[in-house]
Write a protein that binds this ligand. Structure first.
Ligand SMILES: Cc1cc2nc3c(=O)[nH]c(=O)nc-3n(C[C@H](O)[C@H](O)[C@H](O)COP(=O)(O)OP(=O)(O)OC[C@H]3O[C@@H](n4cnc5c(N)ncnc54)[C@H](O)[C@@H]3O)c2cc1C
Length: 367
């Protein structure tokens, strides 16, 4: 008898894995300890990049997300809040290479809609609390709607986020570093549509602010430091703060993406800075790759395929974040005089563009 695959977590990674397995008629059960998807009014991950757009096209999710999402088309650089350069056609002049800005909760709902069309239901309020393995199967203990049950499956795939139980109990190492820097973010309602499709990068010595539009008069502001978000330059255009949060950045990843009958996707396997907007997208790519490999009976290749990709994204986001925060005099000069100009010409533009669009990693084999 074919045992089902268990997916722990129904965030962007787990939902993508479920959808890509369902499209291939591979049997699975998906569990999440929460009672539903991420709220749409807390933007969390915002960028739905061209790589994810390509991956989720076949399931119809890309069309749904693009209908609801908002495009970023230009970037304005400021130095100490004064505009110094606006680059149109950012990150790309090509209409098919756009970043779609949309709250993570809306992407999750689009994935759930696609799953429901295939008759798949998610087991909400279902926490995987423990698991044991033999050479050929996994038994998971699940706390579901207040009751404890045990179920036997073929694999347990941890899409259960940064604090993954599958990673912790599966014996994976999760090495790396944590930055002491606290970042603040807020979603704000604007009283102007001047910034409708424009990202704003406000650079200053030792730090940076950013604004990312979510729709014509709504967007995310982000700032490195505590207690400064209310003085963010975009606040002069704000009529309301809809949501606020704080976070610290860590750079950690596993040394292998699979062990015995377990696999990891998304934040369970790697966490890094949000600079570049890669977090959610990388998890979507992990999950879709794993579903393809399982269909091909090539899941043993998963770890070796994903390790270098996660490693290069971690390196890129760390370098970019450190450059934004660097207090060196040389770095001030680069940020003020060189970066805005260099970004309007190749080859630096091509390098940054490729990463932001997630075109710096090999194209999925099945597309
Ligand atoms: C405030 C905030 C802002 C962010 N901003 C950005 C950003 O601007 N750009 C960006 O790229 N990324 C951002 N991120 C990160 C982004 O949200 C993650 O990279 C992305 O959600 C990873 O998706 P995932 O599916 O791998 O994990 P998650 O979205 O964390 O999903 C994990 C799921 O697993 C479930 N779960 C956990 N443990 C169990 C268990 N034992 N049993 C069952 N279910 C379980 C959880 O309930 C959750 O639904 C932000 C995150 C936060 C919290």
């Amino acid at each position: 008898m074919n045992l089902p695959i268990f997916i722990a977590g129904a965030g962007p990674s787990g939902l993508t894995l479920a959808l890509e397995l369902a499209r291939r008629n591979i049997s699975f059960e998906i569990f999440d300890k929460a009672n539903g998807p991420a709220p749409e009014n807390e933007s969390r991950a915002l960028a739905f990049n061209p790589r994810s757009q390509t991956i989720l096209k076949a399931s119809g999710v890309t069309e749904l997300v693009c209908q609801q999402g908002h495009t970023i088309e230009k970037i304005q650089f400021c130095w100490e809040s004064r505009p110094i350069k606006t680059i149109a056609g950012y990150p790309s002049t090509r209409a098919d290479l756009r970043i779609v800005s949309i709250p993570q909760g809306s992407v999750e709902r689009a994935l759930i809609t696609a799953l429901e069309k295939l008759g798949i239901q998610i087991n909400w309020n279902s926490e995987i609390t423990n698991f044991t393995q033999t050479s050929g199967d996994v038994t998971a203990d699940i706390h579901k709607n207040g009751k404890s049950i045990s179920m036997k499956g073929r694999y347990l795939i941890g899409c259960d986020g940064a604090h993954s139980i599958v990673r912790k109990q599966g014996g994976y190492q999760f090495s790396g570093t944590s930055d002491p820097q606290v970042w603040e973010l807020a979603d704000i309602v604007l009283n102007t549509d001047e910034f409708a499709h424009m990202m704003v990068a406000d650079l200053f010595p030792g730090g940076a602010n950013a604004f990312i539009p979510i729709n014509d008069r709504f967007g995310r502001i982000i700032h490195a430091g505590i207690g400064k978000i209310d003085n963010h330059p975009m606040m002069v255009h704000a009529s309301k703060t809809a949501w606020k949060s704080q976070f610290k950045v860590s750079y950690r990843m596993v040394r292998q993406f699979s062990r015995k009958n377990t696999f990891l996707c998304g934040d369970a396997a790697h966490i890094h800075s949000p600079v570049g907007g890669r977090g959610m997208n990388l998890g979507i790519e992990d999950a879709a790759t794993l579903a393809f490999l399982i269909q091909q009976n090539r899941e043993k290749e998963y770890s070796a395929l994903r390790l270098p990709i996660a490693n290069s994204v971690l390196k890129f986001t760390r370098t970019q974040t450190n450059q934004l925060l660097s207090k060196s005099q040389f770095n001030h000069l680069v940020k003020k005089h060189i970066l805005p100009v260099a970004l309007s010409i190749s080859p630096l533009r091509n390098y940054i563009q490729k990463s932001i669009l997630a075109l710096d990693t090999p194209s999925p084999e099945w597309l």
